[in-house]
Design a protein around this ligand. Structure first.
Ligand code: KIV
Length: 272
């Protein structure tokens, strides 16, 4: 990546400065095939560990490794020029101690060229967020339904169904904001909790299945494009790319089986 390329990209401080302003648009992306199509339109791209499920067929995000995140993060950074790229810290790479988190996050930043990392967790992760932020690593936090805690939460379920749970999630968001996170993803919480969090914290809230009142929104790219068979209830499909791919594959197979492939205009002609 050239210095010029770096200078053009959106930055974590620019996202922070958007609190309460123009809505922040974001999507996940994982590959050099799709990230460049997303790049000119969004403010930031998250290389989410959801890639374990939507790109690698895993049951949850728990099996995603640091090396896998770095490989996808590098592909997305190399193929984009404008959006801030945020790379997810995978399960097991940051929870044990702030020092472990720093070593893993430093690898992600150095080996991908991304501009920030994201990690899951609220109040209990606040010391780690402060440790990373103090050492020059911009951190996006993630509260509410945190998929890496799927086993502790008893499944991929919406959160905040009673007053104590809502209080806890609000406290989590306040703790990560106080620790120096530049933004916080709020996933899968009941209305109007995300609206209250958005009013309360001084950093942008990025909603996913949370509330239209958040400072910005994010969706998993494969879900909104129609590339995944089953999607969460809150996901609106903006494309039917899965169907388009199936049609193209069937058209190709039909030509091969009918011996009409390749059409004459797609063959090389002798030069002489
Ligand atoms: O991994 C991911 O894609 C995420 C988003 C759902 C926010 O964390």
């Amino acid at each position: 990546m050239s210095a010029q390329n770096l200078a053009k990209r959106r930055t974590a401080p620019e996202i922070l400065a958007r609190k309460g302003g123009e809505p922040i648009v974001s999507l996940t992306a994982y590959s050099a095939a799709l990230a460049p199509l997303v790049d000119p339109v969004v403010d930031f791209i998250l290389v989410g560990d959801s890639l374990g499920m939507v790109e690698h067929g895993m049951e949850s995000t728990l099996g995603v490794s640091l090396d896998l995140m770095i490989a996808h993060g590098r592909a997305v950074v190399n193929s984009t020029a404008e959006a801030l790229i945020v790379v997810d810290m995978p399960f097991g790479s940051y929870e044990a101690s702030p020092e472990d988190a720093f070593r893993a996050a430093a690898r992600v930043m150095a080996e991908t060229g991304c501009g920030a990392v994201k990690l899951e967790g609220g109040a209990h992760m606040a010391p780690t967020i402060a440790f990373l932020a103090d050492r020059g690593i911009p951190v996006m936090a993630h509260v509410g339904l945190t998929p890496q805690a799927v086993n502790a939460l008893g499944g991929f379920r919406s959160q905040g169904h009673d007053a104590a749970a809502r209080e806890k999630i609000l406290g989590d968001a306040m703790a990560v904001a106080g620790a120096g996170a530049f933004a916080v993803v709020i996933e899968g919480v009941v209305e109007p909790l995300a609206e209250e969090i958005t009013r309360t914290v001084a950093i942008p809230t990025i909603g996913i299945g949370a509330s239209a009142a958040c400072d910005g929104q994010i969706l998993v790219l494969n879900d909104m494009l129609g590339l995944t068979a089953r999607v969460p209830k809150f996901v609106k499909r903006y494309g039917a790319i899965g169907e388009a791919v199936s049609e193209a594959v069937k058209a190709y197979a039909g030509e091969v089986r009918g011996r009409t492939f390749p059409a004459a205009e797609h063959t090389y002609k002798p030069r002489g």
